[in-house]
Design a protein around this ligand. Structure first.
Ligand code: KIV
Length: 273
């Protein structure tokens, strides 16, 4: 049983997230990529479930998010939405499906919405992709922005280090966040930036700001499910809090099963027909 009970059992919408920010109620967001985990996470009372392109890392074993395709994102999002009743489901737009051409961006977002039942899309970038954001919004598709460390640009950055420590990059990030808000984004993710900068953006914007490695001054927090559940043991950034050690639980359980099969302890008489 979950240790948390949502105070408001109604379906979470983009409007409800705005109300939460206005009331000072923090927003909890977590990634999911499949039906079973999405069902559990939703039942636990999560506000927003992100079908992240981090699926590329934690589901497919790639070192970056770049290989993810639109078809693969739609497949994951379909699996997630089948299990979710209350949380708002947001689907990442994968690398190469929205940059450069607003019409292509709209077509990609329309496919996600039509084929997966997700309720919003998330896009990485600021001014450079504003045309695409506006075009998608014009079709009535809610857009969540994503600034700071944007993993789809890893080949430009060269590292996964903290972003916007320098004044110039911080000023661009603030300007980008305001542009995204003005364009009509319903929320923004800020990834791996100094906590003071994230707190400033959160206080200057009226839309919710969800942080990951961006400190406690944001309106909400997001983590990658495999990281916070301790499935993905090789990833230990400072911002990550592990809430479980599922790698050990799984290893112990699987090891016990193998032992029982090898020793003919499993199945016993009650476990057969
Ligand atoms: O893909 C993802 O999981 C994300 C989160 C890290 C915000 O974008």
């Amino acid at each position: 049983m979950s240790t948390y009970t949502a105070s408001d059992p109604r379906k979470v919408t983009t409007r409800r997230l705005a109300e939460m920010k206005a009331k000072g109620e923090k927003i909890a967001m977590l990634t999911a990529y499949d039906y079973s985990m999405a069902t559990l996470i939703d039942q636990a009372g999560m506000d927003v479930i992100l079908v992240g392109d981090s699926a590329s890392n934690v589901m497919a074993g790639n070192t970056t998010t770049l290989p993810m395709t639109l078809d693969q994102m739609i497949y994951h999002a379909q699996s997630v939405t089948r299990g979710v009743k209350r949380a708002l489901v947001v689907c990442d737009m994968p690398f190469g499906t929205y940059q450069g051409n607003p019409l292509e961006a709209l077509a990609s977002a329309v496919r996600i919405m039509k084929e997966s039942n997700a309720e919003a899309v998330k896009i990485e970038g600021g001014e450079e992709i504003l045309d695409s954001v506006e075009r998608i919004l014009s079709a009535g598709i809610p857009v969540m922005g994503h600034l700071g460390l944007t993993p789809q640009s890893i080949n430009k950055f060269g590292t996964y280090n903290v972003r916007a420590r320098e004044e110039e990059e911080a000023a661009k990030l603030i300007a980008d966040a305001k542009r995204l808000e003005q364009a009509g984004c319903f929320a923004i993710v800020l990834e791996k930036i100094p906590a003071t900068l994230a707190a400033r953006v959160s206080s200057e914007l009226t839309i919710p700001v969800i942080g990951i490695g961006a400190g406690g001054g944001c309106d909400g927090q997001v983590l990658v499910m495999h990281d916070m559940l301790g499935i993905n043991q090789g990833f230990s950034p400072r911002f990550l809090r592990r809430y479980a050690d599922l790698a050990t639980v799984i290893n112990d359980a699987v090891g016990q099963y193998i032992t029982d099969v090898k020793s003919s302890d499993f199945p016993n008489e009650k476990e057969q027909y």
